[in-house]
Design a protein around this ligand. Structure first.
Ligand code: PHB
Length: 367
């Protein structure tokens, strides 16, 4: 039995029942109109409440921050009420849950933006090889389309972006979430600011590594101001090269941020390893540097099974491991790990959109 993985762990001031984390997973099943979490979403999350911690699917903090059809938001009263039902159901089953706050930046389309305006980005550089998934003008169907050319945010608009994070954190707090996770990974807005290829700004948000990291830190500080450092997490994805991201400084900026997060005493740092999109494995030396740079709970995610996760913990390179696709197909993943039982395979055709099929109908083990 993978003993370390199944041990409790204290994260901030919250104790998780195990080190098995459910990764954020876009499932595109929010209620329409309004991108509001539904009773079906409540059932899905409640089924997975035995995870040590659930990180919600990425949830846009504004309409501007949306890049895909039917993803849930966390910026309206109805969305907040929907999330509260999810949080209450997870808590009723003894689980813990973190709200992932998402702004896609340039990975969006005019069809998703208010009045058909351009998506926003640090610089006006199109993610020209990347598709997003906008709703069509009929609002009922969606299709994969190349991302629209973005416009560069004015310096004076940045406080408004930070305010979107603050307001979403206030909603998450009212909904009862245990943690709030700032999504600064996978090529979305905050990583667009971090990365040298997407940030050509000449103001205090561009140029030096410290300047490129500034918006992520301001968003994190806004969240800390609302929920406290001991309930704040951040997701980063060093060496991520999808969504047209290139970064000549990826390890240096990751380590700089890890040290800044340590200074602030945030609860956890969640690393999305590039293997999940076919990228390279992180080097051991970089893992060691990251471990040394961050003093809170370090969560790693990307293609782990129970044995490789246990080994990562045994090597002291992480405190918890997040599983994505395995949690789609195995609501009782923790119990399967405990019993050494086989894992169901996830069906790709039902990852995004649709209803209960491929969402809440994966089988659990017999008691
Ligand atoms: C996606 O919807 O495909 C998606 C969302 C958030 C991520 C990665 C992928 O961090």
């Amino acid at each position: 039995m993978p003993e370390k993985l199944l041990n409790p762990v204290k994260v901030g001031s919250t104790t998780l029942s195990s080190r098995v984390v459910m990764a954020p997973l876009t499932r595109s099943r929010a209620g329409q109109p309004g991108d509001v979490p539904t009773e079906l979403n409540v059932e899905y999350y409640a089924q997975r409440a035995s995870a040590g911690l659930i990180v919600t699917e990425a949830s846009q903090i504004s309409r501007q921050g949306q890049g895909y059809a039917w993803t849930p938001g966390i910026y309206t009263d109805a969305q907040e009420a929907g999330w509260k039902k999810i949080v209450d159901a997870v808590h009723a089953k003894g689980g813990r849950i973190s709200a992932q706050l998402w702004h896609v930046g340039r990975i969006s389309h005019t069809l998703l933006q208010e009045n058909g305006t351009a998506p926003v980005a640090p610089s006006a550089i199109t993610a020209s090889s990347t598709k997003c998934f906008p709703v069509n003008p009929n609002r009922a169907t969606a299709s994969f389309e190349y991302c629209s050319p973005p416009r560069a945010l004015e310096t004076a608009e940045i406080p408004g972006i930070v305010a979107q994070y603050r307001q979403a954190a206030e909603r998450a707090l009212r909904a009862g979430f245990d943690f709030v996770e700032v999504h600064s990974a996978n090529g979305y807005l905050l990583q667009q600011f971090l990365a040298t290829g997407t940030n050509l700004r000449t103001d205090q948000y561009g140029g030096s590594l410290e300047n490129r990291a500034r918006l992520t830190l301001e968003a994190v500080d806004a969240v800390i101001g609302v929920v406290g450092a001991d309930r704040t997490g951040v997701r980063l994805s060093p060496h991520f090269e999808f969504n047209d991201i290139t970064d000549t400084d990826t390890e240096a900026i990751t380590l700089y941020l890890a040290r800044e997060f340590s200074r602030r005493g945030i609860a956890y740092l969640h690393i999305a390893e590039p293997v999940w999109v076919g990228g390279p494995a992180l080097e051991q030396e970089f893992r060691r540097q990251l471990r040394a740079a961050f003093t809170g709970t370090l969560i790693c995610c990307g293609g782990y099974d129970a044995d490789s996760a246990e080994k990562l913990l045994a090597d002291g390179l992480a405190d918890a491991v997040a599983f994505g696709r395995p949690f789609i197909a195995n609501p009782d993943l923790v119990e399967r790990i405990r019993r050494g039982a086989p894992w169901n395979e996830a069906d790709r055709s039902t990852f995004y959109g649709g209803g209960a099929h491929g969402y809440t109908d994966y089988p659990t083990l017999a008691p």
